[in-house]
Design a protein around this ligand. Structure first.
Ligand code: ATP
Ligand code: MG
Length: 468
């Protein structure tokens, strides 16, 4: 993994501080990432403090034992000044308990020295930088949100999402009908709100109605409005959404569920923006821009004879497809971090950060329910957790079956959390070495280690050591 590739937002190279009294370690890391990162080296606490005061580092790699300092305390000192500082602790085997405690209080990860596997060292550094860039993106968003920019809560830094956001920005200012397509939970409603917020109609109403959620007559009444006495119970006249959305945007969600009769009524309205309330013959005009959404591809509905072709071409003047989350895995960490912040604030908690294993599990999940499912997953983890880092296990209880199945391979549910925490990285290294010793044979590895085969298998799968 290239360090820069994992940090696509930053045109500048990420700035990394390496604090270690051991010349060999400093040089090794410098050589490993020096081409893709701007590395500063410090051999003791005093040097590190001086550099930290001058440079806004994206990542600090800290040795645990320094000549006059304790690395954990120094990281704590740095994090007191920059709470979202991403730090990695480097430690000898003997100090693992302290390292685990450090991870509990928010250090991203700990690595045991000497480094045997440079590839995984680089991967951990890449992940840490990814987290830093997610933090920075979210802080930037929050600043803009505080400044009153309502459009920025849409997170997406993957190329697929950048493209879609570009399309949205482009069409928002045009007064044309927009069709938003995409699987459930991909953010269609959010996109509709973003279009509204960026449009010239932003100060006028944004009205939404779910066409799948209402019976035909209710939906008709809601859209067209009615006159007094138009039907039993119509005690007074009521303006419909066409009228109420005047000057603004009208969002018709789940448009594919609209009945054939209403489809043809809507088509007529769209032709000249005129309509009559139910129980009236007086034509009325309303100036609204229509945004529609569907999670079933609408053209397929047309082909199947369930949706009017002429209406389709009216509403699909511009169509934007929200990509499923599994096709933009680069958005998972920023989204998860965003939701973590959100639910911490909502529940008054201080859970987090997400451990590397948790991030890895989140990134490998297929997310059939897309962003909504990810959001629920983090909400549940924060709701059930008392505080501190969130590991894979915290996202399991009560999880939706699909997530549970996917995470099942990522963790042995019978394993106690403390054990999970304590093993972390060197469990991965141990399994890797074990499998190599066993000549790649999992049964043999199980025999050698004394761990039941199935148990060993799921753990190896979790670390990506075996793939199927
Ligand atoms: N890019 C994003 N950034 C932040 N939050 C997002 C993003 N995309 C979706 N969400 C959040 O995920 C949840 C689901 O999004 P939304 O309701 O817009 O999906 P949808 O495509 O309309 O789904 P459905 O088809 O099921 O109605 C919402 O809470 C939304 O705020
Ligand atoms: Mg929706």
């Amino acid at each position: 993994m290239s360090v820069v590739a994992s940090n696509p937002k930053t045109k500048m190279q990420p700035r990394v501080l390496v604090v270690d009294d051991d010349h060999y370690t400093r040089t090794l890391i410098d050589r490993l990432i020096g081409k893709t990162a701007e590395v500063s080296l410090a051999s003791d606490g005093a040097e590190a403090r001086k550099l930290f005061a001058e440079v806004d580092f994206n990542l600090v790699l800290m040795d645990q034992r320094l000549p006059a300092d304790n690395g954990i305390e120094l990281l704590r000192e740095f994090r007191a000044r920059r709470p979202k500082l991403v730090g990695i602790l480097m430690t000898g085997f003997a100090d693992v308990r302290d390292a685990v405690a450090a991870v509990r209080e928010g250090v991203f990860d700990y690595l045991t020295k000497p480094f045997e596997d440079l590839e995984s060292l680089e991967a951990v550094i890449g992940k840490a930088l990814e987290l830093d860039s997610a933090y920075r993106e979210i802080d930037g968003l929050r600043a803009r949100l505080d400044a009153g920019d309502a459009t920025v809560a849409v997170i997406g830094q993957s190329p697929a999402m950048e493209r879609v956001l570009g399309q949205i920005r482009q069409v928002a200012g045009l007064d044309t009908t927009v069709l938003l397509e995409g699987e459930s939970g991909t953010g269609k409603e959010l996109a509709a709100r973003m279009i509204h917020a960026l449009s010239t109609r932003a100060t006028k109403p944004f009205l939404e109605v779910n066409c799948g959620g209402l019976a035909e007559t209710l939906l008709e009444g809601l859209l067209f409005g009615h006159e007094k006495g138009a039907f039993t119970g119509a005690g007074q006249a009521n303006a419909g959404y066409f009228e109420k959305a005047h000057g603004g945007n009208l969002f018709l969600d789940e448009i594919a569920d609209m009945s054939p009769k209403l489809q043809s009524n809507l088509l007529r309205v769209l032709q000249d923006h005129s309509f009559t309330r139910i129980g009236s013959t007086e034509p009325r005009k309303a100036d609204f821009r229509l945004i529609c959404a569907t999670n079933r591809p609408l053209l397929a509905e047309v082909k199947a004879g369930r949706f009017r072709e002429d209406l389709y071409y009216r509403i699909a003047v511009v169509s934007v497809t929200m990509p499923p989350l599994r096709e933009r895995t680069g958005d998972i960490v920023p989204l998860a971090t965003h939701f973590l912040d959100f639910y911490n604030a909502k529940f008054g908690k201080t859970c987090g950060p997400l451990t590397p294993a948790a991030l890895q599990a989140l990134e490998s999940c297929r997310w059939k329910g897309n962003v909504r499912q990810l959001q629920h997953c983090i909400e549940r983890a924060v709701a059930l957790h008392t505080g501190g880092p969130i590991d894979t296990l915290h996202m399991l209880p009560g999880g939706e079956p699909s997530i549970r199945t996917e995470f099942a391979g990522a963790t042995a549910a019978t394993t106690a959390l403390a054990y999970q925490d304590a093993r972390g990285d060197f469990e991965r290294d141990y399994f890797r070495r074990l499998l190599a010793t066993a000549g790649g044979n999992v049964s043999e590895a199980a025999r050698l280690s004394g761990i039941p085969r199935q148990n060993l298998y799921v753990r190896m799968k979790r670390w990506g050591i075996v793939t199927e």
